[in-house]
Design a protein around this ligand. Structure first.
Ligand code: FES
Length: 139
């Protein structure tokens, strides 16, 4: 399932036009895993904006939490873009509002479902070990 939050009026960034890779680090990535992103074969059946970091991760079997379904209504998909952040468009006001709810926020923090790299550089993305997912924490 994929969709867009109808309350966000900022258009999403264009999906990447060039191939690039994302090196995910963190427990969910099994320590470390590099994912190739091919603009001709984006994993579009997953949640999150088309071409987003979340879609790339889910397409490679990396289970980043995404409690709201990738529509910018939670902060469970919080990731830290350690390298290549300059190839990602700035966060929208809606993304900033949700990021404020994320624990361990850094200046390089983004929501994986909203962040669409342009493919000009390879990325290094850290998945924080502890995230706020009230659904999971209550079980
Ligand atoms: S999955 Fe909820 S904001 Fe990204």
């Amino acid at each position: 399932m994929s969709g867009r939050n109808p309350y966000i009026d900022t258009p999403a960034a264009e999906p990447p036009k060039k191939s690039y890779s994302i090196r995910f680090t963190g427990e969910e990535a099994g320590g470390e895993m590099t994912v190739k992103v091919d603009p001709e074969h984006l994993p579009s059946k997953h949640e999150g904006e088309p071409g987003s970091i979340l879609q790339a991760a889910l397409g490679a079997g990396i289970e980043i939490d995404h409690a709201c379904g990738g529509v910018c209504a939670c902060s469970t998909c919080h990731v830290i873009v350690e390298e290549g952040l300059d190839t990602c468009p700035p966060a929208s006001d809606a993304e900033e509002d949700m990021l404020d709810l994320a624990p361990d926020l850094t200046p390089r923090s983004r929501l994986a479902c909203q962040t669409i790299p342009n493919g000009e550089k390879n990325l290094v993305v850290r998945i924080p070990g502890w995230k706020r997912n009230l659904v999971r924490e209550n079980h």
